[in-house]
Design a protein around this ligand. Structure first.
Ligand SMILES: NC(=O)c1ccc[n+]([C@@H]2O[C@H](COP(=O)([O-])OP(=O)(O)OC[C@H]3O[C@@H](n4cnc5c(N)ncnc54)[C@H](OP(=O)(O)O)[C@@H]3O)[C@@H](O)[C@H]2O)c1
Length: 309
């Protein structure tokens, strides 16, 4: 917001007046409770970065108040909850986007171009992973009641990437999860999927690993790897690695700020109006629901392995 000229930060909301004050002092905006924020007439849109269990509820409250919504991933904690909030956005004619920033990075357009040019040959498999080291024990990701767990926090990235690259209609064929003995919270997991055209996909996620944020696509002619797929910093120049039988080629791409691109895209959608009838906005909403359907299926099928955690 502060770095995106298409948006103006008007006010910030939070539970603690002291925390809100720190933010307003730093960014020179107004501050209030979240409830009061939604009543302000000088706010067109809200960005919701609460813990996941509160996303559906607060997105719905914001939509009811007539605000466009950019909500952090995951849009909700179940597909049913995602469908409800999507349907509300449609009824109200408001923009509702899930803030998967990586979708805005042009490195994935370069991947799509290599596929379209036939460099990979017929696609056989996709493999995606988002894993990182343990967090502070106080972190919201360790609280089941706040929508914690590795699937909702990290697993959604490779699931969304698989859908981005293989298209709609993915089915979950199996899953496993390492779950904490004390309360069953998933610390990491893996899932196997299949696309309608028969491409196999596997995704891995967790917060008990060294850092990894990558995907690869393997075809009959070559394998393509994106080593920094989900969280490339703004100054990072992505490198795509194409491996053929007797040849390895690297493509170094320009740096891009995916956060600013996400904000700019959202602001443009708000400015354009007509969210209910816009095919692009419909796709954002459908993709958000489809990701949550995959999450539900992984959760339902995951064979748990109990671990100390
Ligand atoms: N797109 C990305 O790259 C990215 C990166 C990081 C996180 N995220 C997403 O952003 C969301 C927040 O993650 P985070 O790491 O930023 O979380 P966080 O800092 O722990 O929480 C964000 C805010 O939520 C409020 N909050 C915390 N616990 C709460 C509770 N029990 N009840 C009500 N409000 C509570 C707090 O605001 P107040 O105390 O001021 O009310 C806090 O500042 C998650 O959905 C996460 O997946 C996305």
């Amino acid at each position: 917001m502060t770095g995106c000229p298409q948006t103006e930060l008007v006010a910030v909301g939070g539970r603690s007046p002291e925390r809100v004050q720190r933010f307003t002092d730093r960014f020179g905006c107004a501050g209030d409770s979240a409830e009061a924020l939604l009543e302000r007439e000088d706010i067109d849109a809200v960005y919701i970065s609460l813990p996941p269990s509160l996303h559906g509820e607060w997105a719905a409250r914001a939509l009811h108040a007539g605000k466009h919504v950019l909500v952090e991933k995951p849009i909700a904690t179940t597909a049913a909850e995602a469908r409800a909030v999507v349907s509300l956005a449609e009824d109200r004619g408001l923009v509702l986007r899930e803030n998967f920033m990586f979708l805005h990075h042009p490195q994935h357009d370069a991947v799509a171009t290599l596929i379209a040019e036939g460099r990979l040959g017929g696609l056989r498999s996709f493999r995606g992973a988002f894993c990182f080291p343990p967090l502070s024990s106080e972190d919201i990701r360790y609280v089941p009641g706040l929508g914690g767990g590795a699937l909702l926090d990290a697993g959604v990235y490779p699931l969304r990437a698989a859908a981005m690259l293989l298209g709609p209609g993915l089915r979950v064929a199996g899953a496993t999860a390492r779950v904490r003995r004390s309360d069953g919270l998933d610390l990491s997991g893996k899932a196997l999927l299949v696309s309608p055209s028969g491409v196999l996909a596997s995704v891995e996620f967790g917060f008990e690993h060294t850092y990894g944020s990558s995907y690869s696509l393997w075809g009959a002619g070559a394998k393509l790897t994106v080593p920094r797929a989900f969280t490339p910093p703004p100054g990072y120049q992505p490198v795509l690695v194409l491996e053929e039988q007797d040849h390895v080629e690297q493509f170094t791409l320009p740096a891009a700020d995916q956060l600013n691109r996400s904000l700019a895209g959202f602001a443009a959608a708000v400015a354009a109006g007509g969210a209910a009838a816009s095919p692009e906005e419909a796709r954002w909403r459908q993709d958000a629901v489809a990701t949550m359907e995959l999450v539900d299926a992984v959760r339902a099928q995951a064979v748990p392995v109990t671990v100390e955690g």
